[in-house]
Each structure stands twice: as structure tokens, then as C-alpha cells.
Design a protein around this ligand. Structure first.
Ligand SMILES: NC(=O)c1ccc[n+]([C@@H]2O[C@H](COP(=O)([O-])OP(=O)(O)OC[C@H]3O[C@@H](n4cnc5c(N)ncnc54)[C@H](O)[C@@H]3O)[C@@H](O)[C@H]2O)c1
Length: 271
């Protein structure tokens, strides 16, 4: 995909970049002229492996920082270290780290909910909070938050995933306008259904795209500064249908989500 040199000479942080979509975002940025990328991830083995692999391809342009994004102090320290690696300027941050939380609502404890929000919502919020001072000082930047189509296409037994990503969706959409005049662009991105480790324990549907396909679509949206970047055609359709007040469409949505819920209740995990 051609990004018209948009990423050329830019520096970027990618959280959760040691696997899946974040890893593909990292590699695609570097292949398209990015100056340097920092991967912040909690998984030390994957982080080491990916940093070695990418260092071979892009020596001096990649650094890994072991980070648990649920800890605000770790995120702020990671951002300071990344800025130092970049020589002071952070052009982009991809708040991508996250997990596909599932479970029957009645079995989820408050502790489960707190952990879910700590990762999928607060992890990104901390990234945003601590990158803003750098971006304001340097006169601008770009923040990309990874949500999911589930933010508006609610699937039973994934209430926590839907709620955390819907919260992050609205945080990003709101900040887009709050930060606009500071020249900080904020994009909210769904990756589309993508075959990654997120499907461990189940299997990705046949139509799932590759992480590289997802990354390409997200980065095109970042280049275009799209308000909402929709990672595949199903997410586009889902976004159109979800809040359509037309009664027939509402009934069709009910029917579809009810069928998914009933199948899942019977043990058939479908989307
Ligand atoms: N794969 C899909 O179909 C899909 C669809 C919609 C949204 N998403 C979202 O895309 C993002 C990337 O997911 P993926 O599919 O590449 O999954 P993945 O499991 O391959 O990658 C997630 C990465 O996040 C890291 N991570 C987890 N907890 C962390 C923490 N506390 N601190 C730092 N890093 C942490 C993991 O170590 C891993 O490297 C997630 O936010 C996910 O919710 C994925």
C-alpha cells in the first residue's frame, strides 16, 4: 500500500507491538520510512524475539521497552524513554495493547471488570495522558487508539470486551475535538477480524484477514486522519447498522445478535 511518504522520518510508539496487529503496524511503519519505532509490551519473550527480528531488518531504528500498560508509572516512564530514543520528538502513539475479554456476565466479578478496564481502557488513557505534553510542546502529533467493532456490535458473553472498547471509542472521539486546535490528531481504529493470538483457545473465522492487511488499512486511515478507521467491510456494515433508528433495521439487529447469543449459549462460538 502506498502511504505517500506520510510516515517518512516519523517516530512512533506501538503498545502491544510484540504480537499480532501491533507487530504488523510496527513493521509496516518501518518499511514505509518511519525513522524509529518503540514497541512497548508486557511479554518479554515475544518482545525480545521481535526486537531481534526487526533489528536485523532495521538496525538502530527499533527498541523494545518491557511495559505493563495497566500501570500508569510504567507507561509514563516508557514514554519518556521512547522520547529519549527518538531524540525528543514523538510523532505517533498507537495505543494498541489489549485483549478480547470474554465470559458470562453473571460469573464476572468486580475484580474481573477492574482488570478488563485496566488493560483495554486505562492502558490507552495513560498513553494518551502522558504523550500529550510532548505533542503540545512539539506543536502536534497523532494518537491512534485501537478499539473493536464489538464497541457497537455487541456479542453475548463478551460484555466486558464490548464495554471497554465502547468506552475507549468515546474517549478517542471526544479528544479528537478537544485536541484538534493543538494539532494533535486522534484516530479511533477497529482492526477488523484479524487472525492473531487473540483467538487462542478458539479459532479465527475463515474470513479473518492477516495482521499485515489490518495494519495497512489502519495506516491508510491514519494517513487520511479518519475520525473512525474501520478495519474491514464487516466493521463498516456493523457501524452503519448498529444505531440505525429505523425499526426494521433495529429488528434485524436484534435477530442477529440474539442468534449469536443462543448459539454461544449452546457452545457454538460464532460471530
Ligand atoms: N484480532 C482481532 O480480530 C481484533 C479485532 C478487534 C480488535 N482487536 C484489538 O487489536 C489489538 C491488538 O490485538 P491482536 O489481535 O494483535 O492480539 P495479540 O494478542 O496478538 O496482541 C496483543 C498484544 O498486547 C500485549 N499486551 C497484553 N497485555 C498487555 C499489557 N498489560 N501491557 C502491555 N502489553 C500488553 C500482548 O503481550 C500482545 O503482544 C487489541 O487491542 C485487540 O483488542 C483485535
Amino acid at each position: 500500500m502506498n502511504f505517500d511518504n506520510y510516515f517518512s522520518k516519523k517516530s512512533a510508539i506501538v503498545t502491544g507491538g510484540a504480537s499480532g496487529i501491533g507487530n504488523a503496524l510496527t513493521e509496516t511503519l518501518l518499511r514505509n520510512g518511519a525513522k524509529q519505532v518503540v514497541i512497548a509490551d508486557i511479554n518479554p519473550e515475544n518482545l525480545d524475539r521481535q526486537i531481534s527480528r526487526l533489528t536485523e531488518l532495521f538496525p538502530g531504528q527499533i527498541s523494545g521497552i518491557l511495559t505493563n500498560v495497566t500501570k500508569e508509572n510504567e507507561v509514563s516512564e516508557m514514554i519518556d524513554q521512547a522520547a529519549a530514543f527518538f531524540g525528543g520528538k514523538i510523532d505517533l502513539i498507537f495505543n494498541n495493547a489489549g485483549a478480547g475479554l470474554s465470559g458470562e456476565f453473571e460469573k464476572l466479578s468486580n475484580e474481573d471488570w477492574e482488570k478488563g478496564f485496566a488493560l483495554n481502557f486505562y492502558g490507552a488513557l495513560y498513553g494518551i495522558r502522558h504523550v500529550i505534553p510532548y505533542m503540545k510542546k512539539q506543536g502536534g502529533g497523532q494518537i491512534v487508539n485501537t478499539i473493536s467493532g464489538i464497541a457497537w456490535s455487541p456479542m453475548a458473553f463478551q460484555s466486558m470486551y464490548a464495554a471497554t472498547k465502547a468506552a475507549l471509542c468515546q474517549l478517542g472521539l471526544t479528544l479528537r475535538y478537544e485536541l484538534w486546535d493543538d494539532h494533535i490528531k486522534v484516530n479511533t481504529a477497529t482492526p477488523g477480524t484479524t487472525a492473531t493470538a487473540i483467538f487462542t483457545g478458539t479459532s479465527a473465522p475463515d474470513y479473518a484477514q492477516t495482521p499485515m492487511q489490518s495494519a495497512a488499512r489502519i495506516l491508510k486511515g491514519v494517513q487520511n486522519n479518519d475520525r473512525l478507521i474501520l478495519g474491514d467491510d464487516l466493521d463498516v456494515e456493523g457501524a452503519r447498522n448498529a444505531f440505525n433508528p429505523d425499526v426494521d433495521d433495529q429488528n434485524a439487529a436484534d435477530q442477529y445478535f440474539l442468534e449469536v447469543a443462543r448459539d454461544r449459549k449452546r457452545g457454538k462460538w460464532r460471530f
